[in-house]
Design a protein around this ligand. Structure first.
Ligand code: NDP
Ligand code: PYC
Length: 336
């Protein structure tokens, strides 16, 4: 029987993760941003991008693939356009560096774009959009990852798992947020299933011979994932490649070669954010309309809004502490 999980105060977990990031080659500021991001995923029960990811961050930093001390360079391109060169570092510190300028532009022009390139994103995407909705803004973000998804009709993988995240304010409650890979399943969840020895549902991926398989190990060992929803998810994944890479100046998911960096896990790509200020057109009305939509969805039988599970987990973590398995806790202590 495995040892019981530990319940860790959120601030303590952030502190521990920050020490790990610093110890393994990040600057204090980069470590702070990544630690808060990863601890938030763990707090919200977003386990495919919580502390499960820490060994991957550490091996990537050790491989020299990512610049843990990069200083992002922000460029004010136009009235509604900000660009950041992340300097081969992580995307989240690049977003943090450009955030104030982006919000100022969105509030004055009604809409603003943030294009991040030369960046690594190894995390959940909702933490990048949700805070904008907390400030009354609407935000959409896309990021491409690494070749492991077979486009509809193709014989070989090309696209990344390429998530799309969206957040909108909702009157009287938590914002409406969704965050979803455009693959049938996130790569992180395949890794977790393989570790647990569990089979996947049908339709998630193929083995190295291109045959459908439910075995996560076969997908990870030369196989590939499928897009969600056939040609529809495939088209969205293509869109993510265009917006996150072609538009920003980042790499497509198939364009980087990490073979000379054993241990490297973080995709070196690009990210796009679009932020809209709904108050310019609608005043407070947008958030009330969001509430009305949510109310009508509930009225027809929706019992789970996207994001609601995370908000429940967040509240539970605030009461009881953030749950970390005994094995993960030991591993984190060793890495710190
Ligand atoms: P899920 O399929 O688990 O969830 C997708 C969205 O649907 C979430 O907003 C979720 O809300 C919501 N949802 C799930 N089930 C239901 C339901 N039954 N009813 C209503 N809403 C539901 O996410 P994915 O596996 O697609 O992605 C997991 C994570 O992986 C994401 O955070 C994504 O950003 C990350 N990722 C990161 C990549 C990168 O390159 N950085 C690449 C690919 C994925 P809730 O959160 O509340 O459960
Ligand atoms: O879960 O697909 C994924 C993923 C890719 C990069 C970071 N997470």
């Amino acid at each position: 029987m495995s040892a019981p999980a530990r319940q860790i105060p959120f601030a303590e977990l952030v502190n521990l993760l920050q020490r790990i990031f610093v110890r393994h080659g990040c600057s204090e500021s980069v470590a702070g941003v990544l630690a808060a991001n990863c601890a938030s995923a763990q707090r919200d029960g977003a386990h495919s991008h919580g502390v499960f990811r820490i060994p991957g961050y550490v091996s990537t930093l050790a491989s020299g693939w990512v610049a843990g001390r990069a200083e992002p360079v922000v460029r004010d391109v136009a009235s509604g356009y900000v660009s950041v060169d992340a300097g081969g570092g992580f995307a989240q510190p690049a977003l943090a560096a450009a955030r104030d300028l982006l919000v100022r532009k969105a509030r004055s022009a009604g809409i603003a774009v943030l294009a991040i390139h030369n960046s690594h994103h190894f995390a959940a995407l909702w933490p990048d959009v949700e805070p904008f909705a907390d400030e009354g803004l609407v935000a959409l973000s896309v990021v491409n990852s690494m070749t492991c998804v077979v486009p509809e009709g193709a014989q070989r993988p090309l696209f990344g798992t390429n998530p799309i995240a969206f957040a909108a304010p909702c009157a009287g409650g938590a914002p409406i947020v969704f965050d979803m890979a455009t693959s049938a399943i996130a790569h992180g969840d395949v890794q977790i299933a393989a570790r647990k020895g569990e089979l996947l549902p049908e339709g998630m991926g193929v083995d190295r011979a291109g045959q459908p398989t439910r075995d996560p190990a076969a997908i990870l060992d030369g196989g590939a994932l499928l897009p969600f929803g056939g040609h529809k998810g495939s088209a969205l994944s293509m869109m993510v490649e265009l917006l996150a890479a072609a538009l920003t100046g980042g790499n497509f998911s198939f364009e980087f070669d990490w073979s000379q960096h054993p241990g490297a896990k973080t995709p070196w790509t690009g990210q796009l954010l679009i932020v809209i200020d709904p108050s310019l057109a609608q005043g407070e009305r947008f958030a009330e309309r969001s509430r009305e939509l949510a109310r009508q969805m509930e009225a027809v039988g929706v019992t789970r809004m996207p994001g609601a599970r995370r908000f429940k987990e967040r509240a539970k973590s605030a009461r009881e502490g953030v749950s970390v398995t005994a094995e993960e806790w030991e591993q984190l202590q060793a890495l710190a």
